[in-house]
Design a protein around this ligand. Sequence first.
Ligand SMILES: *Cc1c(COP(=O)(O)O)cnc(C)c1O
Length: 404
Amino acid sequence: MNSSVIDFIATEARFGAHNYAPIGVVLSRGEGVWVWDTEGNRYLDCLSAYSAVSQGHCHPKILAAMVEQAHRLTLTSRAFHNDQLALFYEEIAALTGSHKVLPMNSGAEAVESAIKSVRKWGYEVKGVPDGQAEIIVCANNFHGRTLGIVGFSTDPETHGHFGPFAPGFKIIPFGDAAALEQAITPNTVAFLVEPIQGEAGVVIPPAGYFTKVRELCTANNVMLVLDEIQTGLGRTGKLLAEQHEGIEADVTLLGKALSGGFYPVSAVLSNNDVLGTLRPGQHGSTFGGNPLACAVARAAMRVLVEEGMIENAARQGARFLEGLKDIRANTIREVRGRGLMLAVELHPEAGRARRYCEALQGKGILAKDTHEQTIRIAPPLVITSDQVDWALERLATTLTQDFS
Ligand SMILES: *Cc1c(COP(=O)(O)O)cnc(C)c1O
């Protein structure tokens, strides 16, 4: 390491809150699937900023849209109309088949906004007695870091010493439709769930789960809220992960790749009157729906479709998964994935996933461990077959190494 690298890391450590434990690399440039550190070393990005950079780093068309809009108008607040918001609404509704859109910034804000909206719907449309609305969520969920959200996390690291928390949430196991059926009461307004639990280690529910979930929600007049902030916009090889089971959520949450990584942009989408319950003054955000965000998101959605990134995610994801399955290493307990949302779970005796990620860094691949034993692999959706094979070679040599 040269001195400039040590400076960046040491300075961060000295002044910054220590709420992250980054891999020891300082990045200064990105293009497509590649990023470069301050010393000029090149890495294949297998995290994509937790799927926010699905369109590839610094996509030229998103960059051009951002720069062009930044020259014209960046922020008006929603006190006035702007000439980008209507076009953003029209294009995201056309893309996803939604009728109503609420623009926000971070993913967590979209989740919070959905919680507020489904509660309001519960009181004003479903007829739940005031203050009694229940929302069902899953164990090992990840929906963001705000106080409202961490209150129903089951991870002690996430909620420990941050309470007291808001009531009104019921936690059931993920992938268990019978548990959902039992948990629903007349006061249940929504079931909030990730199609695939990303942060929990890319946990894919059993086939047929979401078909049954959809039936139960419909039968009981419960809003199905799918958090597609990580799985959405092509990551799993379809535009939305719900399409793998041919279902439709009542409320869909998007974020991350909605801006291609240029800017925080999120959205709550609904197919019925959930968002219709919000009246002027009841919810808002200074930056939500600003013209710069809208212009960036419009370009990010456009390139995703026009450049065939969703189809590529399906094709390269299948190739990547097959390649991972072919690696014969007794460090591997299981490989799983859908599209380009992949994970390698290590045997407990293999040592911590973090050490493998550090070894991968030495071979030109940046990946991130999650939950001690799992290496998550989620490259930008523009990855080519040659790049997949290049990554697989390096993963194979690393995973056959013994660090224990
Ligand atoms: C990342 C993520 C969030 C939170 O998004 P932020 O932009 O970090 O607030 C919520 N839900 C899921 C499934 C996520 O992956």
